[in-house]
Design a protein around this ligand. Sequence first.
Ligand code: FAD
Length: 371
Amino acid sequence: SKEYDYLIVGSGLFGAVFAYEATKRGKKCLVIDRRDHIGGNVYCENVEGINVHNYGAHIFHTNNKEIWDYVNQFAEFNRYTNAPIANYKGEIYNLPFNMNTFNKLWGAITPGEAKQKIEEQRKTSGIIDPTNLEEQAISLVGTDIYEKLIKGYTEKQWGRNATELPAFIIKRLPIRFNYDNNYFNDKYQGIPEGGYNIIVEKLLLGSDVRLSTDFLTNRNEFEQLTKKVVFTGMIDEYYNYKFGRLEYRSLVFENKLLDIENYQGNAVVNYTDRETPYTRIIEHKHFEFGTQEKTVVTREYSVEWKPGDEPYYPINDKKNNELYIRYKQLAEKETNVIFGGRLAEYKYYDMHNVIYEALKIVKKEFGEFED
Ligand code: FAD
């Protein structure tokens, strides 16, 4: 006698959406998480009335109306539009690169002048066949934008010189010859009013939830309780790293509560020089147009990942992708385990992607095919 239809390992968006949909279909779910809170990486901590994005700034954006309507069932979204600022040694620029950026860089007034400037610099560089990231970037946007806005930031992100990074990392660089500061091109965008936790709480309403509970250390016990497992943790960990470890880039966040109302006037400020050790500063209240008396800022550092660190970004190079395929082949043979989400699929997913993937797996699991 199995107590649960599904044991869901991980209360992030993937696990929570699966739990909600399975419960809706009359199934009994137990959701466990090794952390002491729900929500996975979208979890926010409330500090002085400010929702602090503990695992990195999260801005919801999508082009998919179905996904937008889906999340709007659980929260109302505000009108936040991501418009990051770059700080290069005290010079302030708009991102993505647009007419505001070009005017500040060169005094360009018309799109024609800006285009001409970029074209000149691309020509002067003489690069025809880029062999590394530096050459690739210069061949796309010229030297000024590269030196001030790309080089230092990218080198900090990867912990390596741009000349040592492969060209393919940057395939294209968005350039706009207008004054649109909106970072995303998607039709829908915003931050849930009251924060992301509200959404996840609602998704988990019909499920039993146990926190600070690790699946892998009590595996047998948990497997007794359930007909099927939905696993959203790291796939290599599930298999006890038998083929070796998948690698990640990690991040370190340094939070400060400041006794001032407004620190930087924007949610996201990137530091694009190489010398400033952090890549960006997040001021969380601006995601929600906060009017609190205090403010919380987070300095974000990009660091090398080592076993035990929080895995943030998968390194989808040849070596790691091949290793992942070996684990995936094992996973495909499992009859009672469903693997999903960013860690089990070793893939960077935005929130809208991960919700989409969870809904797709739900349809498959419950035999609801679309044509
Ligand atoms: P997670 O949220 O990681 O959830 C997995 C959960 O499983 C975790 O809570 C973990 O504790 C638990 N778990 C793992 N192993 C075990 C185990 N053995 N036992 C018990 N529990 C376990 N997306 C956007 O759309 N917009 C953004 O602006 C954005 N910014 C981001 C910024 C950063 C720095 C990062 C890293 C990601 C960002 N994302 C953004 C992506 C977003 O975070 C993911 O799409 C989403 O969190 C993935 O959900 P998930 O359920 O797959 O994984």
